[in-house]
Design a protein around this ligand. Structure first.
Ligand code: UDP
Length: 240
């Protein structure tokens, strides 16, 4: 039978920065609500949605490491905890509009959320629940982009949809170069060799090694999340 949508199961990566939007607080509730509404519109169509949330709006391990004697691992654990706060905020928002949602954390916080169990996550998705993966990979020295690539591969999702505050990948930095062009498609090779700053190297090579395409798009444009999830053309497509 012909698939009605391009993607059947997707991994949506929402960075902490995207959750903050232009808000002065760490999280803009208008953005979490927009995410909830758009995700609801596609789960109704039968597309399975898993989400990895970042934590950069609250705490970034790498930028704190070194300050005040904080070692990198400790800083990164704080960063991972930050992603849990975002995950619970997003879950509460989704459930407020009736979307069944489960949070799974990479390390145990059983009073707060389920521990990550791959088969259980897949089962939730099959039942039409949205699964939010929190605490990154559970390891310091990694990023939530790498967690997105890893979970995507683990649950056999077809694509990483990276929601950001920019329209996609440019051939130069649009903030400094007025002639910067938005690229429609880019190869993994170009991303790594031209230093296009899409994702860290660990994340992008994990996608490449597992043939996982990545779509980078702007979450602030209304309708974009839903478009990306159903596979409409939006932002930049990274693959091949
Ligand atoms: N982090 C980590 N291991 C992981 C994922 C995240 O140690 O597997 C920590 C790291 O300190 C990072 C912080 O959590 O700076 C927040 O995640 P990230 O910077 O990836 O969030 P985003 O940029 O997506 O907001």
């Amino acid at each position: 039978s012909k698939k009605p949508y391009r993607w059947q199961r997707v991994l949506l990566k929402v960075s902490g920065e995207a959750l903050a939007g232009d808000h002065t607080e760490n999280i803009d509730p208008k953005i979490t609500m927009a995410i909830a509404r758009e995700v609801a519109s596609v789960t109704k169509l039968g597309v399975e949605v898993a989400i990895v949330v970042g934590g950069g709006n609250i705490f970034r391990g790498a930028s704190w490491a070194g300050c005040s004697g904080l070692d990198r691992s400790s800083a990164d654990y704080i960063g991972m905890l930050a992603t849990v706060m975002n995950a619970i905020f997003l879950q509460a928002t989704m459930e407020s509009i009736g979307i069944p949602t489960r949070v799974q954390t990479a390390f145990r916080m059983s009073e707060v959320a389920e521990p990550y169990i791959r088969r259980r996550a897949v089962r939730h998705l099959e039942k039409g629940r949205v699964v939010i993966f929190a605490a990154g990979t559970g390891n310091p020295f990694f990023t939530t982009d790498t967690a997105a690539a890893l979970r995507c591969a683990e649950i056999n999702a077809e694509v990483v949809l990276k929601a950001t505050n920019v329209d996609g990948v440019y051939d130069a930095d649009p903030r400094h170069n007025p002639n910067a062009r938005l690229l429609e498609t880019v190869s993994y090779h170009e991303v790594t060799t031209r230093d296009l700053s899409v994702m860290d190297m660990t994340a992008i090579t994990l996608c490449q090694e597992n043939n996982i395409p990545v779509v980078v798009f702007n979450l602030q444009k209304p309708g974009n999340i839903a478009k990306a999830i159903v596979g409409e053309k939006v932002g930049t497509f990274i693959g091949c």
